[in-house]
Design a protein around this ligand. Structure first.
Ligand code: PHE
Length: 486
């Protein structure tokens, strides 16, 4: 190839389009690859890449509505022609708020006046019809007119920033462009046909010496933090549990004595899958027995019905306590004389509304302790020790309710950024009813801590969406130099 640059077909297309004065959005092809190519050309010094935000006037939902129905003042005016009683204006179909605003517009414009409980028409509303046309005009061409301020104030229009990307060729770019002929006609994407007839094609060379364009070099902060948490858990004597994201309803709920068809289960708005799993039927029967009738001499059970067909449904687990119960059954109940501390750091899924402290998928730090002489005190001791190792000191526990623990403790941490306490975890001693069907008859303590919340506390990040998920802020990753790999 005649050039030092290794230009792809898309790169050449972009350069040609700039020569033809085409705007980025006019270039045909996959938008993402065009933008990527433009970025690459910019990093090679071939094009200048400029973004500008161009303000554009658009109609709000209310504005669109007004175009469909008419402006509220026009609707009201026409209504008044047939019914001018002040306290019957709601029959016009407008809301109270709209009526008040419309009366304001009509009186200020001198179209009506209020005379005790009647409304008197003073002049016709041609002007207002003109206003309606002006709103339509804005919708059509997005340009300011004499009603701009009023429409804006009334929330009929808003200003949107439209991002435009402007590409120009640098001096270097112009040189390359004048020589495009030599670059064209090289194949960069191979397929079966091309390989078969390779003699008929010219291939784009790979430049093995080129330096890749490195946008950032860091580990995701969440991944880094997970390793830090794992190290602390190991140092506190915990072994790691392995687990799956998909669980049966049984392991997520039934085994923990969450009541079926009960708000207990709403805490974790569950994401159901279409399929069913396999269950250990004898365990299911034992759980069902305790669920319905309790433990003899200790409790009465919930009574009512237990629907076994519900239990085998597959879901995305809502908490990693499901894993704790699998380990209680498959490991601990088979080794009752040993002591165990287990943990996992893994994802859970809840169908929640996303905001600054909620995501639909997030990490839980799960812990479980099975050892002689275990008490509530040691449970809280482990939790405090864990946070202390992370450098988080302002922790408190307060009583709470869980269907599967008694007593239960919510863990709250002081969040400097909002100067308030936020929930960062939950814990407790598992109820006898949850352990009995597994054949366990000693105290077991458990906790579930919110990983992203701990991270936010530690690093002073005030929005969970910035560190995990599609809106993550890459600058946060870059900021923590410690995470640089090279
Ligand atoms: N599963 C609980 C949660 O999701 C945490 C927890 C674990 C509570 C173990 C008690 C015992 O919040």
């Amino acid at each position: 190839m005649d050039s030092n640059y290794n230009l792809s077909e898309t790169d050449i297309l972009v350069i040609k389009s700039i020569l033809q004065n085409k705007k980025v959005e006019e270039i045909e092809g996959n938008k993402d690859s065009i933008i990527n190519s433009a970025r690459k050309l910019a990093s090679l010094g071939i094009v200048e890449f400029n973004r500008t935000a161009i303000p554009k006037i658009v109609l709000t939902e209310r504005g669109e509505e007004a175009l469909k129905r008419g402006l509220p003042e026009v609707i009201l005016f026409n209504f008044i022609k047939t019914n001018n009683k002040r306290d019957e204006l709601e029959k016009s179909g407008l809301s109270k708020e709209e009526i008040n605003a419309a009366i304001g517009v009509l009186t200020r414009g001198g179209f009506i006046k209020i005379d005790k409980d009647q409304i008197v028409i003073l002049k016709d509303i041609d002007e207002l019809n003109k206003k309606f046309e002006k709103l339509n005009e804005i919708k059509l061409n997005g340009i300011k007119n004499e009603y701009f301020d009023e429409f804006l104030k009334r929330g009929l229009i808003r200003i949107e920033e439209e991002e435009k990307i402007n590409l120009t060729l640098t001096e270097e770019g112009k040189k390359i462009a004048s020589n495009l002929g030599n670059l064209e006609g090289y194949v960069s994407n191979l397929n079966k046909e091309i390989i078969k007839n390779y003699k008929n094609y010219k291939f784009r060379a790979y430049d093995l010496n080129s330096t890749p364009y490195i946008l950032y070099n860091g580990r995701n902060l969440v991944k880094y933090f997970i390793d830090e948490v794992r190290k602390i858990m190991f140092s506190l004597g915990f072994q790691e549990m392995s687990s799956n994201y998909v669980e049966e309803v049984f392991w997520n709920y039934d085994v923990m004595m969450f009541r079926q068809n009960h708000p207990d289960r709403d805490i974790q708005d569950t994401i159901y899958l279409d399929e069913k799993g396999d269950l250990d039927i004898s365990l299911l029967e034992r759980v069902k027995e305790v669920y319905l009738n309790g433990i003899k001499g200790l409790s009465f059970g919930y009574g009512g019905k237990f629907d076994e067909s519900e239990s085998s449904k597959l879901i995305l687990r809502g908490h990693t306590t499901a894993t704790t119960f699998r380990y209680l059954y498959y490991v601990i109940s088979k080794n009752l004389d040993k002591n165990y501390r287990f943990f996992s750091v893994s994802k859970v899924f809840r169908n929640e509304a996303i905001d600054f402290k909620h995501l639909r998928e997030f990490y839980q730090i799960e812990g479980m302790i099975y050892e002689d002489g275990l008490s509530v005190r040691s449970l809280i001791g482990y939790i405090k020790e864990f946070y202390k190792s992370l450098g988080i000191d302002k922790i408190q526990v307060k009583p709470t309710y869980n269907p599967y623990t008694e007593p239960s403790f919510e863990i709250i941490g002081f969040y400097d950024k909002i100067n308030d306490w936020v929930e960062i975890g939950n814990s407790g001693m598992f109820r006898k009813e949850t352990l009995y069907p597994l054949g366990i008859n000693k105290n077991v303590a458990g906790f579930g801590l919110a990983l992203e919340r701990a991270l936010m506390l530690k690093y002073g990040i005030d929005d969970i969406r910035l560190i995990n998920g599609s809106e993550s802020d890459l600058d946060i990753i870059r900021k923590y130099k410690a995470f640089k790999l090279w």
